[in-house]
Design a protein around this ligand. Structure first.
Ligand code: HMH
Length: 222
């Protein structure tokens, strides 16, 4: 098999953990239509805080791509597309929060969110290699894409008022963007040393664990 498609080997090797994130009870409750709306509102407010911390992280990945990529013009275009999408996403969070009566200025980040944001911050250090950062970036986006796409499949009972949320990350364009990130990660990993590959795999696992904790936090109390 060689070193190509390293992400494929990880997804296979860590399948149950990955499914724990993408088929989390929070996502299953959206899909089954029995989500507690207070959980949804908790998620919305906490994710707004997360996304605001995610922007500088993505900007740091862009900075690393500039000098650290073999194909920096391609990579910078893909990552810059991600920055543009986040600009739109922040506006969407504000609109959605007002729709649900969530006061964003009052939101206090919960522990799982703080831990995840601190992890992002650690990856922003210039010491962290581009390959590690782009791997994390792909995994962060891919978990949301797969989770929300799961809520849009035929026969699901996702409530009408949550369809737009699921579309935001579950739509085909976002899926293609995640595929582009994955291709970049695999291309970088293919030429990486064993030491970097090992570190990247550990980073991938930590992302998935943080995603599970993030859903747990939103789902808590139900
Ligand atoms: C916690 N993970 C979390 N929030 C998000 N908005 C994404 C991933 C995808 O952007």
């Amino acid at each position: 098999m060689g070193k190509s498609m390293i992400t494929e080997t990880w997804l296979r090797k860590h399948r149950s953990l990955y499914l724990g994130a993408t088929r989390h009870p929070f996502i299953r409750s959206i899909r089954d239509g029995n989500i507690d709306l207070s959980s949804f509102k908790t998620w919305l407010g906490q994710d707004y805080i997360f996304v605001r911390a995610f922007v500088p992280f993505v900007a740091s990945v862009l900075t690393k791509a500039w000098k650290g990529s073999d194909d920096s013009s391609n990579d910078m275009e893909v990552i810059l597309g991600g920055v543009a999408a986040l600009n739109d996403e922040i506006s969407w969070f504000k609109k959605e929060a007002s729709k649900w009566g969530v006061q964003l200025s009052d939101i206090v980040p919960q522990k799982a969110n703080q831990d995840y944001c601190r992890f992002l911050e650690s990856l922003m250090s210039p010491e962290v290699e581009y390959t590690i950062a782009i791997t994390a970036f792909w995994a962060i986006e891919a978990v949301y894409q797969e989770s929300f796409a799961h809520c849009l499949e035929d026969g699901t009972k996702t409530p009408a008022e949550l369809q737009e949320t699921c579309q935001r990350w579950g739509n085909e364009g976002f899926g293609q963007y995640c595929n582009s990130l994955r291709k970049i990660a695999d291309r970088q990993l293919e030429k990486a040393s064993d030491d970097i590959i090992t570190k990247a795999e550990a980073t991938f696992l930590r992302v998935v664990e943080h995603e599970v904790e993030f859903w747990n936090m939103s789902h808590g109390g139900t």
